[in-house]
Write a protein that binds this ligand. Structure first.
Ligand SMILES: *Cc1c(COP(=O)(O)O)cnc(C)c1O
Length: 246
């Protein structure tokens, strides 16, 4: 019990510290902190940890693995019901997408940040249930042009954005990027600036995007300085994760 109590307070405290970091970065950039949404990345976390974050007022969560995400979505739905809570939780899918998982993603999540090719967009559109609002979409862009990283290339971006704009069950909102990790704040900013420039270039072509999903535990300040409207933060809220799955 002692351990659980300690974990509970620390998640609330961690969330408070992340919100302070966001507010301070927004202020330095002359931006309104309310224009930046915090998505708490709960991959590999237990349901109890997510629940503690919900109690601390957090309402948007990001998941990377489909089945783990859906299990949590259902567990949290039951917890909200059991507590007669009127709170609602917004679920964001942020991980790599296999085409055989598109139906599960389209029926359970409100947002998908990691769309990087036409086939996936088409399948999400086809699978989005009629009774649900359109699925909110970010195109993941590969700004570092590393072959190992997922994301649409700069050359592919416009055609993909135009195609998604035509899909009735999807709503194109913006761009997502995971830059090459670096501790150098100037280099962090240079990479995030490249994403912002891509957003502005799309606007010149008539594709207006209101969302820049960029910035994580190590670099959220640089992302906010360059215009992030969503930061996806895991470890600063939930603590260190076990090594990533392969
Ligand atoms: C894990 C993950 C995050 C969160 O990273 P932290 O370093 O824990 O803040 C954000 N975005 C994506 C796509 C992730 O996979």
């Amino acid at each position: 019990m002692k351990w659980i109590a300690r974990t509970m307070t620390s998640i609330a405290e961690n969330l408070g510290r992340v919100r302070e970091r966001i507010a301070a970065a927004a202020e330095r950039a002359g931006r309104d902190a309310s224009s930046i949404k915090l998505v708490a990345v709960s991959k590999t976390c237990l349901v109890t940890a997510v629940w503690q974050a919900v109690i601390a007022g957090q309402s948007a969560f990001g998941e990377n693995y489909v089945q783990e995400g859906i299990d949590k979505i259902e567990a949290l739905r039951r917890l909200l019901e059991a507590n007669h809570s009127v709170q609602s939780i917004e679920w964001h899918f942020i991980g790599p997408i296999q085409s055989n998982k598109t139906r599960a993603i389209a029926s359970n999540f409100q947002w998908v940040h990691s769309v990087d090719r036409l086939k996936i967009a088409q399948r999400l559109n086809d699978a989005r249930p009629d009774g649900m609002p359109p699925l909110e979409i970010c195109i993941q862009v590969n700004i570092s042009e590393e072959e190992t990283k997922s994301g649409a290339s700069v050359d592919e971006l416009t055609a993909l954005a135009m195609a998604i704009k035509q899909m009735p069950r999807l709503r194109l909102r913006g761009l997502m990027a995971i830059p090459r990790p670096t501790r150098d704040p100037q280099e962090q900013r240079r990479q995030f600036r490249a994403v912002r420039v891509l957003r502005d270039q799309q606007a010149d072509r008539g594709i207006v995007l209101d969302t820049l999903s960029m910035g994580m535990t190590e670099d959220l300040e640089a992302a906010i300085a360059e215009g992030a409207t969503m930061v996806r933060v895991g470890q600063a809220i939930f603590g260190p994760r076990p090594k990533a799955r392969s």
